[in-house]
Design a protein around this ligand. Structure first.
Ligand code: NAP
Length: 252
């Protein structure tokens, strides 16, 4: 993938891995647009990178996904890279019953429904560009799930599966489909819980994650596991290709 001269939308781009990706794309000469819920974080990101475009959207809400698409289509019709990065992570104990999942933040809506729906909105626009890409940020936990974070792990496994099928559907088009699989990264994602569990190691830096991902984009490494996540990916993949090809042999 050419990493210069693109117009890039990074969801959840005001913090963590998203913000580190903003830095890579801005410094390499790309027009960057980000969105998320907290205005103060968007403003802080804009201060760091004055050329970026920011707007508040809550991607848990279908109407906001549609509004995001309409804004981009009108104001940035050259958009050619969509990065589905926004996400949340929750520890959920199903032995405690229904209350346990009745939280305001809905992992399924943010981590899975939003990327799937944004792909559906943006693919017709991306197909009009000479070169385009969709980049989904999954997780090592999508390959080897965490019992403490069952819904999170399931959303990332589902997004991994979706990335494979989308890549196959789009293989004869201008759109390349990438999946970045981070290991544990030291961001605000679930940091409170990690501290409560007594963790002292919080993972690699978001900057390292973004730098290695950026190299993978340039080499067209479509499914790229960062650092320790490589072990998760390999462990879950024995004979996968053979099964996948057999399962999908009638797909045209
Ligand atoms: N950190 C890790 O260990 C790790 C490991 C593997 C994968 N990942 C994945 O990497 C991605 C980025 O996470 P991160 O670690 O960089 O954590 P982060 O700093 O918390 O970033 C997540 C971003 O998503 C945004 N977001 C959350 N809910 C949203 C919503 N409803 N609408 C719009 N934006 C929303 C957040 O902003 P607002 O709260 O302001 O909306 C935040 O900027 C996530 O998909 C995560 O699952 C992280």
């Amino acid at each position: 993938m050419n990493v210069k001269g693109n117009t890039v939308l990074i969801t959840g781009g005001a913090t963590g891995i998203g913000l580190a990706l903003v830095k890579e794309f801005v410094e390499t000469g790309n027009e960057v647009i980000i969105c998320s819920r907290r205005m103060n974080k968007l403003d802080e990101a804009k201060k760091l990178f004055p050329s970026i475009h920011t707007r508040q959207f809550d991607l848990a809400l279908p109407v906001h996904r549609e509004a995001l698409y309409n804004w981009i289509k009108t104001d940035f019709p050259k958009l050619n890279i969509l990065i589905n990065n926004a996400g949340i992570q929750r520890a959920i104990d199903f032995r405690k019953g229904i209350e346990t999942i009745m939280t305001i933040d809905n992992e399924i809506a943010i981590n899975l429904e939003a990327p799937v729906q944004l792909c559906a909105y943006f693919i017709p626009l991306l197909l009009t560009q000479k070169e385009a890409a969709i980049i989904n940020i999954t997780s090592g936990l999508g390959f080897i799930p965490s019992v403490a974070m069952p819904v999170y792990s399931a959303t990332k496994a589902a997004l991994h599966s979706f990335s494979i099928t989308l890549r196959r559907q789009l293989k004869d088009t201008s759109i390349k489909v990438f999946e970045i699989i981070p290991p544990m990264v030291d961001t605000d994602l679930d940091k409170g819980e990690r501290k409560k569990r007594g963790q002292t190691y919080f993972g690699i830096t978001p900057e390292q994650t973004a730098q290695e991902s950026f190299e993978a984009f340039q080499k067209d490494e479509y499914e790229f596991a960062v650092g320790e996540a490589k072990n998760f990916q390999a462990g879950a993949k024995q004979n996968f290709e053979e099964h996948f090809d057999r399962m999908n042999k009638f797909f045209k």
